[in-house]
Design a protein around this ligand. Sequence first.
Ligand code: FES
Length: 100
Amino acid sequence: MKKPKYHIFVCNSFRLTGEPQGVCNKKGAPALLQYIEEEIIDRGIDAMVSSTGCLKMCEKGPVMIIYPDNYWYGEVTEEAVDKILDALEDGRSVEDYLIA
Ligand code: FES
């Protein structure tokens, strides 16, 4: 497998037991993961999407990170994902959702 250009991480609040419990999961991260996967495919973006345990930014959940750009986004919704992926395709970030 070829390494992707981008790696997108979405917090799904997994605990050590593998059980998803926490802010991002409760605020819709599972559906968001599916949405991002579909958008990546539709847009033909060379990216891999992974879910993670708590990223310690719970108050900003759901949290999404894009590497190698090191963009950390908070309070992500499907509408935000559209804007974030539009920006990614243009090589920029979306200030409104960036976590300092
Ligand atoms: S549960 Fe997502 S950042 Fe903590």
